[in-house]
Design a protein around this ligand. Sequence first.
Ligand SMILES: Cc1cc2nc3c(=O)[nH]c(=O)nc-3n(C[C@H](O)[C@H](O)[C@H](O)COP(=O)(O)OP(=O)(O)OC[C@H]3O[C@@H](n4cnc5c(N)ncnc54)[C@H](O)[C@@H]3O)c2cc1C
Length: 340
Amino acid sequence: MEVDFLIIGQGLAGSALAISLIDLGASVLVLDRGDEDSASRVAAGLVTTVAGKGMNVSWGQAEYLSEALAYYRRLEGVSGEVLFHEMETLRLFDDEKQRIKFLKKRDQLEGWVSDACEGDFVGWNAGYGGFLMSGGGRLDTKAYLRVVREMLGESYREGVFTESDIELRDDGVSWSGVSAKRVIFCQGARGLFESGLFSYLDHRCAKGEILAIEMPGACERRVVNRNGWMIPMGGGTWRVGATYEWEDMSGSLTEGGKGEIEARIRAITDMSYRVVGHTAGVRPIMRNSQPYVGFHPDHSAVGFFNGLGSKGVTTAPSVGMHFARHLVFGSAIDDALALK
Ligand SMILES: Cc1cc2nc3c(=O)[nH]c(=O)nc-3n(C[C@H](O)[C@H](O)[C@H](O)COP(=O)(O)OP(=O)(O)OC[C@H]3O[C@@H](n4cnc5c(N)ncnc54)[C@H](O)[C@@H]3O)c2cc1C
């Protein structure tokens, strides 16, 4: 089999790259081993437009997000399925200091937030008030990955890629009967911390655990955000998370992670709940928590797209198209995204 590009991994990175390459007229084969604990399968899929204790809008968010939403809407048109669910987020302040900080920087957040509000928090322990964020929502990542697989058809193959079986030539690569001009590694965290061609790169991968709970007493339809998030999934079910853990890269479920999330639930509400699910995955985080694209220093036929961090839903479509333009037309890679 001959293709222009062999893509290893069909998470958010490999999916966006594959669709972009096909849009530009290239042929691809995407190989994925279907890790159940891959970040893209586990992720909450949230787009939170004002994030963290500092309440900041991410760098490049306006551009990345509008391109991402257009991309997901286009796939919704093709598949007839809703993939991105627009949702408001209710951000609750931790304390008075945080409320004052918000009031001071409110103008910089114009377009993404409401004014600070005092009421409207039925069911939540919200003594310091909060604000509403708009422009975000939740990507159903599992449905999205399935839709991309269906669109790829015969250009998708389930299987395990092994680096030792790759043959690097001057004019391309061969692997297991597949000949390609280039192979592009989109393996997520495992491509950074497992031994391999790109394991020389620095990373700060972080494991995250998420709980699924039933909380029938809650009538909230917005995402609730304070030191983590709670997402209403419908039918009284919620997803709650996520932890950050920098040592254990196993993707295993821990009592410690579960306890940490439950403590957050109890801090935010007195409503009773029941844990009905527990998942974990590892976020691929690189320098400056940014994505990077480029090539192996010794093998120009071996490409790389990784480092989507905690914001893969927002950044993957734009960065995937940016890299695809480079791969197909030779356009320059933005310095900020270039793997060095
Ligand atoms: C708990 C948690 C919560 C998160 N929440 C959010 C969120 O709310 N919003 C957000 O934007 N982001 C979130 N993220 C981050 C987001 O999930 C990642 O940025 C994104 O999924 C990374 O995608 P990826 O394609 O780079 O990697 P992955 O999703 O890890 O995909 C890599 C793929 O490569 C395959 N693969 C690897 N090695 C091989 C091989 N040798 N052969 C074949 N296939 C291989 C794997 O099976 C996998 O399918 C979260 C992550 C975690 C862990």
